[in-house]
Design a protein around this ligand. Structure first.
Ligand SMILES: NC(=O)c1ccc[n+]([C@@H]2O[C@H](COP(=O)([O-])OP(=O)(O)OC[C@H]3O[C@@H](n4cnc5c(N)ncnc54)[C@H](OP(=O)(O)O)[C@@H]3O)[C@@H](O)[C@H]2O)c1
Length: 263
């Protein structure tokens, strides 16, 4: 199936590893020109080089911390300088710490809100005018199943991403007539460094092993396993395609069947 993405300019956040990297690979396989964004360093440059070599596409890199209020403007400007107008943006970065809801603190609320809500909102706001002018654009946000069913100990994520979802839904209504779609994906539990570290934290608290914690989670997932990041990347690439032009304002769980309620 040709997704019609060849030559499109795409900015992908959290692209040096995990889910963002998987999205970048799928978009590269479709011929997108890419700007990969993370906090930078060797991992980002290595990801860019590996993707260039594997897919023969143009790949630029952008370094910036999503928890820093100056980053959205820097990332938008650097990506546009490298690729010209950005037609696709995958909003994604790292996740916040896991703590009991009774133990959250104002400083971390501010950092998490910047990381998970303000930076992605500002970045999309900066990139949307060009998408609307061209009458084609895609905004896809990597969120969490926690916006449907809050996850214990992830209240920063549950709450800040819910705010982002409300903004994404609102803006999706404003930009659809200009050919721009805005959607979110809600990962359940995927096999990435972030989830391995969350499993380790939980294991340390419970006095067990990360393997035990993972086995417990997997036994509750109808698919019986964690997701492979490529299973999310493939869906994100489809959402970015022209074939998905009638889908907007949606938040789709990708979780091996974990979400039990009707939509
Ligand atoms: N994996 C899952 O099952 C799952 C489930 C629900 C939600 N999520 C959410 O999905 C997002 C991606 O998760 P993941 O599992 O792919 O994580 P990951 O494997 O740890 O990868 C995170 C990526 O984001 C970058 N990053 C981290 N902190 C950043 C920051 N402050 N600013 C800019 N870039 C940053 C990392 O690179 P650098 O460290 O080099 O910056 C890396 O490229 C996270 O927000 C996570 O909470 C994941």
């Amino acid at each position: 199936m040709d997704l019609g993405l060849n030559g499109r300019g795409a900015l992908v956040g959290g692209a040096s590893a995990g889910l963002g990297r998987a999205c970048a690979e799928r978009l590269a396989a479709e011929g997108c020109r890419l700007a990969l964004w993370s906090r930078g360093g060797e991992a980002l440059e290595r990801a860019a080089e590996e993707i260039r070599r594997a897919y023969s596409v143009e790949v630029a890199t952008v370094a910036g911390d999503a928890a820093d209020p100056a980053t959205a403007a820097l990332v938008a400007a650097t990506a546009e300088k490298a690729l010209g107008e950005i037609e696709i943006v995958v909003l994604n970065a790292g996740g916040p710490p896991a703590v009991e809801a009774a133990k959250t603190d104002p400083k971390e609320w501010q950092r998490s809100f910047q990381l998970l809500a303000i930076t992605p909102i500002e970045l999309a706001t900066l990139l949307l005018p060009a998408m609307r002018r061209r009458r084609w654009g895609r905004v896809v946000s990597i969120m969490s199943s926690g916006i449907r069913q809050p996850i214990p100990e992830l209240s920063y994520s549950n709450a800040c991403r819910s705010a982002l979802a409300a903004w994404l839904k609102t803006i999706s209504l404003e930009v659809m007539a200009d050919g721009v779609t805005v959607n979110g994906v809600l990962p359940g539990r995927f096999d990435t460094a972030r989830v391995a570290s969350l499993d380790q934290t939980r294991a340390d608290r419970a006095g067990t092993t990360a393997g035990e914690v993972r086995a417990q989670f997997e036994s509750a997932i109808p698919a019986g396993r964690y997701g492979d990041p490529d299973e999310l990347g493939a869906y994100v690439a489809w959402l970015c395609s022209d074939l998905a032009r009638y889908q907007t304002g949606t938040f789709v769980p990708i979780d091996g069947g974990s979400f039990r309620a009707l939509p």
